[in-house]
Design a protein around this ligand. Structure first.
Ligand code: HEM
Ligand SMILES: *[C@@H]1O[C@H](CO)[C@@H](O)[C@H](O)[C@H]1NC(C)=O
Ligand SMILES: *[C@@H]1O[C@H](CO)[C@@H](O)[C@H](O)[C@H]1NC(C)=O
Ligand SMILES: *[C@@H]1O[C@H](CO)[C@@H](O)[C@H](O)[C@H]1NC(C)=O
Length: 339
């Protein structure tokens, strides 16, 4: 079940044939972009265990935190790459991505990232990047609620800036059309199969009423509900999500098992019970994505395998490496910026 990327054979190759490895990376191998799972083996051997243990405590306190941490990697990687730009707070030189349309009043889990970072700075000062913390926390969160394990390529460095415009424009919105969603993934080097597999993250976690209200009352501007939404599920949702007010009322993205990483999300799509428009369109707007939805609904192991592969791919989007960026001491601010 483990989708093992990298491994000891790779390290050997890396030592003996660095040129070959670089050439491979340029051709899009899963361990591409210069990242590799053993990056901290000598500089901070406890790193993975520290992250795992703080994430486990946080998820034990509140199960939803697994979902919130998983989502943070997506919202980081889609904006100037997986560089922890998402974690920077407002300051004299930074307009925080936390204030964007998608993140404001929605993205959460930043205190858990802080807690992990404090523990890492105590064990190995100035060594483990915030960007790598996000990648490890997303994997550990997935495993803790029953999802697949994958080896996380490491060695990302942290950005020296943020992009609220990128956050507003590059992260798909729940009422985007399927072609728009596919285009936004393509821009990141992710394909249609990645769109469907990664959308499976919505097998855990919660959404606010404001993110799907349009479907319940006025999907296409004619005062009607979305016809692809199951009628009884729609009327159930309208009870907690009124046509005005209640914006922050919460609903499970997978009403069958919101705290369990499984394939029920895909089974819901088959019967018109996807919560977001961006979920249901995978089933209703293209035979190619619908075939993948059916395949994942039929075979949880196939979903887990593809999800793990696509998470590695998403985690490899434009990382900073070598002398680029920095290793932030505090994920919320640049090392040079003491306010
Ligand atoms: C395909 C395009 C996607 C769209 C349009 C989308 C949209 C959304 C929206 C609107 C919410 C609810 C936010 C709120 O109301 O506060 C949400 C939640 C969530 N999303 Fe996505 N998402 C997408 C892809 C992804 C991907 C690729 C991942 C991770 C691999 C992901 C992980 C999550 C998780 C885990 C939650 C629940 C978070 C929590 O409970 O705190 N989503 N998403
Ligand atoms: C950051 O500052 C801008 C205005 O300069 C404000 O609109 C935004 O809400 C702030 N973001 C956060 C996350 O506090
Ligand atoms: C999508 O939702 C946003 C925010 O609620 C809204 O401003 C926009 O008009 C919607 N777009 C479409 C195509 O319905
Ligand atoms: C539905 O949306 C259309 C177009 O945005 C708007 O003109 C109309 O007033 C809305 N109808 C209702 C019932 O809200």
């Amino acid at each position: 079940m483990a989708a093992s990327m990298g491994g000891s054979r790779l390290v050997l190759l890396c030592l003996v044939f660095p040129v070959v490895l670089l050439a491979g990376a340029a051709h899009g191998h899963p361990w591409g972009a210069g990242l590799f799972p053993q990056f901290y083996d000598h500089s901070c051997p406890q790193a993975e265990e520290i992250v795992r243990s703080v994430v486990a405590q946080a998820v034990a306190r509140e199960t939803r935190m697994a979902a919130s941490l998983l989502r943070l990697l997506f919202h980081d990687c889609f904006v100037q790459g997986c560089d922890a730009s998402l974690l920077l707070d407002n300051s004299s030189s930074i307009v925080s991505e936390k204030g964007s349309n998608t993140n404001s009043n929605s993205a959460r889990g930043f205190e858990v990232i802080d807690e992990i970072k404090v523990a890492l700075e105590t064990a190995c000062p100035g060594t483990v990047s915030c960007a790598d913390v996000l990648a490890l926390a997303a994997r550990d969160s997935t495993v803790l609620v029953g999802g697949p394990y994958w080896d996380v390529p490491l060695g990302r460095r942290d950005s020296l800036g943020a992009s609220i415009q990128g956050s507003n424009n590059d992260i798909p919105a729940p009422n985007n059309t399927l072609p728009t969603i596919i285009t936004k993934f393509k821009r990141q080097g992710l394909d249609v199969a990645d769109v469907v597999a990664l959308s499976g993250a919505h097998t855990i976690g919660l959404s606010r009423c404001t993110s799907f209200r349009q479907r319940l009352y006025n999907q296409s501007g004619n005062g009607m509900a979305d016809a692809t939404l199951d009628a009884s599920y729609a009327s159930h949702l309208r009870q907690g999500c009124p046509s005005s007010g209640g914006d922050d009322n919460l609903f499970p993205l997978d009403f069958e098992s919101p705290a369990r990483f499984d394939n029920f999300y895909f089974n819901n799509l088959l019967v018109g019970k996807g919560l977001l428009s961006s979920d249901e369109v995978l089933m209703t707007r293209s035979p190619e994505t619908a075939a993948l939805v059916k395949a994942y609904a039929d075979d949880v192991n196939l979903f887990f395998q593809h999800f793990a592969q696509s998470m590695v791919k998403m985690g490899n989007i434009s990382p900073l490496t070598g002398a680029q960026g920095e290793i932030r001491k505090n994920c919320r601010r640049l090392n040079g910026n003491h306010y």
